[in-house]
Write a protein that binds this ligand. Structure first.
Ligand SMILES: Nc1nc2c(ncn2[C@@H]2O[C@H](COP(=O)(O)OP(=O)(O)O)[C@@H](O)[C@H]2O)c(=O)[nH]1
Ligand SMILES: [Mg+2]
Length: 320
């Protein structure tokens, strides 16, 4: 393991790939591995991107990666798809640009699906981010599908979260309803080459002014950026600039308290996640035997007992 760690710290791509497979598939070894690389993490800027399928996340991430490469920054990319059983392969998107990226020695691309993550996908993703961070990548771009709870958790591990919407889908209003805007540091209206893009951007800016903290000086004010990610590409340069401005904001001593609170939320989520997985994967089966578990499930199915009472019957002996 020490050999693997050393190679990861040197940025060796094969070692990085192996290390990510380790954190995905071997929760026991993973724990020691993360413990050892942890002191080498904390330098990368982690940027999460979320939005509905087909909104252009992969294309945007590719273009953003190319933009940051032009600025001389090294880039790690993780594409997370909880609905995909596959892991390890390249992510979908614009193949040609993608190939351009994967041939670049200063870019590492990895996709993660639900299958190859025994200890939970969001935990595996956080650890994969750590591996890339320890390997010295300047920027780590994380793409996650949709707006479900697990995706929100994944995105919350990022320093900067980009939420993507597209014209003509009622996304903007949907986003507000789903509370998804709350996780956005930057809102992107992609496919702005399509009709209705300006309206949706305007509508979003208006909605954002309704935030009770909208006028607080020590707050980050969520910008709405329009992008087009098919030629002629537009808005990516501005988006990259805004991401870096967000980082400057977080690093400003004036905003230390805000940044610390954000970090606290991230670490709290992560620890919760670890405990949750431990309870479900390990503790649950050791507290309540397999037969007992089966019986409880059967009782709920046959309506002998409701799910709350079933959960209580497991928890009460521990917490009472
Ligand atoms: N018209 C238009 N199409 C786009 C834009 N960005 C992405 N697309 C297309 O939208 C489709 C879905 O893109 P993809 O990046 O795979 O979406 P993802 O599922 O969110 O990752 C692809 O055919 C892209 O070429 C854009 O700005 N304008
Ligand atoms: Mg995609």
């Amino acid at each position: 393991m020490d050999d693997l760690i050393e190679k990861v710290l040197c940025g060796n791509k094969r070692a990085i790939a192996k290390a990510i497979t380790l954190v995905e598939n071997h929760p026991e070894e993973c724990e020691l591995f993360i413990k050892k690389i942890f002191p080498h993490t904390g330098n990368a800027l982690v940027v999460g991107t979320t939005g509905p399928p087909g909104s252009g996340k992969s294309t945007l991430v590719n273009n953003l990666a190319l933009e940051f490469r032009e600025q001389g920054k090294t880039v790690g990319i993780i594409a997370v798809d909880p609905t995909s059983p596959f892991s390890g392969g390249a992510l979908l998107g614009d193949r040609i640009r993608m190939d351009e990226l994967s041939a670049d020695p200063d870019v590492f691309i990895r996709s993660m699906g639900s299958r190859g993550s025994l200890g939970g996908l969001s935990r595996a993703t956080m650890d994969a981010i750590r591996v890339l961070d320890a390997a010295g990548f300047d920027i780590i771009l994380v793409e996650t599908v949709g707006a479900g709870q697990s995706e929100v958790e994944i995105v919350r591990t990022a320093h900067t979260t980009i939420v993507i919407g597209i014209p003509g889908t009622g996304d903007a209003v949907q986003a507000i309803k789903a509370g998804i805007l709350e996780i956005a540091d930057i809102y992107v209206v992609n496919k702005s080459d399509r009709p209705g893009a300006d309206e949706i951007a305007r509508e979003l800016r208006l909605l954002l002014t309704l935030d009770p903290h909208a006028k607080d000086a020590d707050r980050w004010h969520v910008p709405v950026i329009s992008t087009t990610n098919v030629p002629p590409i537009d808005g990516i340069h501005k988006l990259a600039k805004t991401i870096l401005e967000h980082q400057v904001f977080l690093n400003d001593p004036k905003n230390a308290k805000f940044a610390f609170e954000q970090e606290k939320i991230r670490r709290k989520n992560e620890i919760h996640e670890i405990i949750k997985v431990e309870i479900f994967e390990n503790m649950l089966t050791s507290i309540i035997g397999k037969q007992e578990w089966e019986k409880l499930l059967t009782d709920v199915i046959s309506k002998k007992i409701d799910p709350y009472s079933a959960a209580r019957s497991i928890m009460d002996p521990i917490f009472r």
